[in-house]
Write a protein that binds this ligand. Sequence first.
Ligand code: NAG
Ligand code: NAG
Length: 205
Amino acid sequence: MGFKQQILLTLATATCALAVSPVGSGSWTSVDPEFDVQECAGGTVSGSTFKLPESPNGSTSGSGCSNGHLRAERRYKNDYSSGVHQFGGQFKITSMGGNKVDLKQTFNGDDGPWFMMAVKDSGDLYNVEGGDTIASGVATVGQTVTINTVHDADSSSFDVYVNGNKTYSTSSVGGSYYDKFGAYTTDSGSGPITVEWTDISFWTQ
Ligand SMILES: *[C@@H]1O[C@H](CO)[C@@H](O)[C@H](O)[C@H]1NC(C)=O
Ligand SMILES: *[C@@H]1O[C@H](CO)[C@@H](O)[C@H](O)[C@H]1NC(C)=O
């Protein structure tokens, strides 16, 4: 092997080591859905950086902005109503002055938000619907957190993995779903926050 090939191989190995791997059993097929960027009320998306100011700027125009909440999100066009679907990605909060900010949604297109994983100023991750804790104290400023969600829309099971450990499970309802992530203030939440989302992957079975 030549020197150049060795360098390329080293680079390829390093790139692979960074990627988030699928969790759970069975064989997974990687998919690469497109997405729309949604900004509302002063929230902005710049590449993989999602930023909300302290409070809404009063604007309700723009995609996904009708409720006037602070929003800086990617809405993936991976709408599904059957099959097994996995999301994987890493986030790092780089600044946080707010509280109760949603970071990852599995959105039910028929009923509205369904699974919303939000962060408290303590670094706790919780499910907005019902308030259950997903993981305590893991998402403090500067910490990189790996999230995988596995949704079997046929058996209605939904599992959340934090740093590779399954820490939360719930059951889904019927209807069609899609993935979102970024930053979005919950009804009782507030900015500011800056969060980076990287190593995003999607798989199906
Ligand atoms: C509010 O922020 C949004 C981006 O989130 C921007 O498009 C809009 O122009 C801003 N509106 C005002 C009134 O500043
Ligand atoms: C996963 O859970 C196990 C057992 O509770 C624990 O020992 C381990 O540190 C956890 N791993 C991570 C990455 O959090």
